[in-house]
Design a protein around this ligand. Sequence first.
Ligand SMILES: Nc1ncnc2c1ncn2[C@@H]1O[C@H](COP(=O)(O)OP(=O)(O)OP(=O)(O)O)[C@@H](O)[C@H]1O
Ligand SMILES: [Mg+2]
Length: 433
Amino acid sequence: MKLYNPGGERGSAMSYAALLEKIEIMRSTLRWASRIERPEVEKLLRQANTLRDEVMGLSHKERFVQALGAETAGDRRAETPAELPPVERAAGERRQALLARSFVFEGTFGDNPKLLDALEIAEKAAPTDLPVLVDGESGTGKELMAKVIHANGARADKPYISVNCGAIPDSLLESELFGHKKGAFTGAANDRKGKFESAHKGTIFLDEIGELPLPGQVKLLRVLQSHEIQRVGSDETISVDARIVAATNKNLRRLIEQGTFREDLFYRLSVIHVTLPPLRDRKDEIPLLVAYYGDESAEALKRRPVTLTPRLRAFLMAYSYPGNIRELRNIMYRLSCLAGETADLSHLPEDIRQEVGAGAIAAPKAPAPAAEITLAEAKRLASDEAERSCLERGLQEVGGTVAELARRWDMNRSHLQILLKKHGLHSKDFRKH
Ligand SMILES: Nc1ncnc2c1ncn2[C@@H]1O[C@H](COP(=O)(O)OP(=O)(O)OP(=O)(O)O)[C@@H](O)[C@H]1O
Ligand SMILES: [Mg+2]
């Protein structure tokens, strides 16, 4: 396993060296080939795709570390550690300690105590083969957590196989999980490996485990007990050594009470139980996530990151995100795609805009509750708001004539235009008719 060590230069340098080596091999193949046949082209293409994915993975991790560094070096850290509130200091120290132990975050952000609890459990669980059950609302990062567990364990170099238990029709479930023998049923044209066999020596991620029908649960339980499977239509037993991580957004205990989930399976799967908190319970992480996904989406769309108007920023900080981090990510991609240089409330999806209109969210100018935003964020919001209202007052006084306002304030006109753009203000809206 290539360990990414975000703490020092060495980790990424080593990974980059490996990448460069692979690129060199490709280059020399191309340089010395007098003629390349199609299969060779296909092979090179596959290698190029793998390299691209590796670079993307590295850049994802690097940006995570950079964002982390910026956050650490920013206002929150301007105060000396001794001046930080005890909870915040402990969280910062815990995250640093994970970094120092070469913990692979796989792009997981945050130093919220509840998230750190989950990451620390993952760190301890990763090197063992114990089954882990991850629960949490939709979009809280359950799949990401499964990858974190895989990446930090001894199986990191081995396969990671993901199965969405809710998406497989009942009739195909057994064949999908355990494979089948040629001719076992109509349409079984060849022998086929199932997901468990594919995950041999690695990790199998059973997503939406609460959706697994009862007959499937019985079969899964049998595999958990015996570590053996049988392909559909075959008598042969095959040993499988797959580490199991399961996830659900359902309350499995409630499903047990309702008789739709087996209690014995629940206890088998949840030897280690990790619960991911919803984003509304870790709002302190929103600024970092907004910055990160704003950046990521800009890069993906090959454009400059959008500037958020103060009222949109205030909204994003206070919104409850029923779809959690996935919803925040989607919003940032939407803003990057639809807004010009500056994004405002009008660029939000229709359903969310309606909530804003209905006043379901704190009015933009009302300060968010102190506990929900960081001190640095509060300072920046207040300063943005002051800047905006000053610009509005100024424009009103000069009847929307930007040149006049620039003269009165003795400032560069184009700089003033930039500020107006940043706040989504249009001088023509202030003209007296
Ligand atoms: N702590 C985090 N930091 C950064 N990104 C995160 C974090 N948690 C989740 N994400 C991102 O949010 C998105 C949703 O995460 P993921 O698919 O793991 O959620 P999930 O809990 O499995 O959702 P669902 O129940 O809907 O399947 C992904 O793009 C993931 O990378
Ligand atoms: Mg998921």
